[in-house]
Design a protein around this ligand. Structure first.
Ligand SMILES: C[S@@+](CC[C@H](N)C(=O)[O-])C[C@H]1O[C@@H](n2cnc3c(N)ncnc32)[C@H](O)[C@@H]1O
Length: 200
């Protein structure tokens, strides 16, 4: 019951953005932003997997080809209000309706804990399909951290019920990509930020 109430309140886009900031975003976002800003390409497509309300959009001001993909229409509407000129796709990351080798960057911020292992495997099978040769993958994710009280408490109320351990997430990335940057840190949860390029 409490979980349901929390979820429906946090689903409101403006509340969602505020909650993300308070629960770790103030530390996580600048680190993620730094990695976004280090990725450079001239005129390519960014696909923001499960982009929600588009929190990461501002880190790519110079890029005009930005596609946000999400399954939640409430979040999509929140994004649309802020960025009426960007493309949005109401779809599942396990079967994105995206042309092969069309994306220069696929990024996924705070997505994996919403996916079962089977869904995550399907998603990781699709990413190298839609990335161009040499295309990049950028992931920022809170991890399973059973030793931390605050982390365990937050996972109890989080909408995502499948937090992933560090090793299994890195192993999935490395199946088809080469890691070029990786960092872990703690703000209530343990976090991973990883940048990788598609193996050709
Ligand atoms: C914690 S939010 C993160 C949103 C955004 N990346 C951010 O950092 O603000 C998780 C997002 O994943 C989306 N999501 C969950 N499962 C999904 C799926 N199978 N396909 C597409 N989006 C999904 C949810 O709708 C939600 O917007």
């Amino acid at each position: 019951m409490i979980r349901k109430i929390i979820h429906s309140i946090v689903a409101i886009p403006v509340v969602y953005d505020l909650a993300q900031y308070v629960l770790g975003g103030r530390v996580v976002v600048p680190k993620f932003q730094k990695q976004c800003e280090q990725i450079t390409f001239s005129d390519g497509w960014i696909v923001d997997y499960a982009g929600g309300t588009g929190r990461a959009r501002t880190f790519f001001k110079q890029i005009s080809k930005y596609l946000l993909l999400d399954i939640d229409m409430v979040k999509i509407k929140g994004f649309r209000k802020k960025y009426p000129n960007d493309l949005v796709c109401h779809a599942d990351v396990t079967c994105p309706p995206i042309t092969p080798e069309s994306a220069d960057l696929v990024m996924a911020q705070s997505l994996m804990h919403h996916l079962t292992d089977e869904q995550m495997n399907a998603m990781f099978d699709e990413i190298p399909r839609i990335l161009k040769p040499g295309g990049m993958l950028l992931i920022c994710e809170p991890l399973a951290n059973s030793s931390r009280y605050w982390g365990r408490l937050l996972w109890r109320y989080d909408r995502g019920s499948f937090p992933k351990p560090l090793d299994s997430l890195l192993a999935k990335v490395q199946e088809n990509h080469t890691i070029i940057h990786q960092e872990t840190f703690t703000v209530l949860h343990d976090y991973l930020i990883v940048t990788a390029t598609r193996n050709d």
